[in-house]
Design a protein. Structure first.
Length: 129
């Protein structure tokens, strides 16, 4: 029901950007490990993998604009669930840091957000199917 050509196009854009991110990440990590760039370059190289990610909000917004009302509602509920669940889980884990739980790298918040968004989307799709 929800597998339209627009959804496939959206999925391919996200997959492409994710693959580009992975390539940029490998380049960045290898470059930083095997060279000793000066301070300004070191920061630019470290943040290099973020470049493909800058297009993700554009792709998501364009995809949402192309959805019908029901699909848009389902996506919104998935995003709302993902946003709130990420906030609660990261806040809770942050407080556990006061009890000695190891600190996590901030990069994992994005992974958590994607997982929560996906789970929220699955719940919303079940509700409306």
């Amino acid at each position: 029901m929800f597998c339209t050509s627009a959804n496939r196009k959206y999925a391919w854009h996200i997959i492409g950007l994710s693959l580009l991110y992975a390539v940029f990440l490998v380049i960045s990590v290898n470059w930083l490990q095997h060279t000793n760039p000066g301070a300004p370059w070191k920061y630019a190289i470290a943040i290099f993998p973020v470049l493909p990610s800058l297009l993700i909000p554009v792709v998501v917004a364009r995809s949402i604009r192309e959805m019908d009302e029901l699909q848009r509602k389902i996506e919104f509920e998935g995003l709302a669930f993902g946003f709130c669940a990420t906030a609660v889980l990261s806040l809770g884990y942050g407080f556990l840091g006061n009890a000695g739980v190891p600190r996590l790298n901030w990069i994992w918040v994005w992974v958590l957000m994607m997982l929560c968004w996906g789970f929220g989307g699955m719940l919303a799709r079940r509700r409306y199917s």
